[in-house]
Write a protein that binds this ligand. Sequence first.
Ligand code: ZN
Length: 150
Amino acid sequence: MESNRPLYEQVILEHNKSPRNFRTIPDATQKVNGYNPLCGDQLTIYAKMDGDRIDDISFQGCGCAISKSSASLMTTLLKGKTRKEAEELFVKFHTMVTSAPDAPVDKGDLGKLMVFSGVREFPVRIKCATLAWHTMLSLLDKKTEPVSTE
Ligand code: ZN
């Protein structure tokens, strides 16, 4: 963890300060609200689907640096991906953040998402990191009811 800390902080703080795809999509085909009562994170994920492909994805809302930067990075990674690819990335990300703090992380699969491996040492933060992802998964399932991490 110590050796990861500068990168962890840099990427997360940067995405928190200048979140990517932080906007609404006026002609979104789907939108879902996500809420993490434990921390107070609240966000809405918007997507414009082209069949099974994510043509555009964005988010709005407010929350801590972890939840916001996780949503920001997620949208940059999922734009243009198919539903299946998005679900596969969800599984990889979720497996990583819920693994033991000292478990090895497959860097090749996760790329920048690696920075969130630091949350494994702070169980309360795992829900912040996964909120956008759970909300996205619900959106892909064409659900409309709000997602809560509780
Ligand atoms: Zn949070």
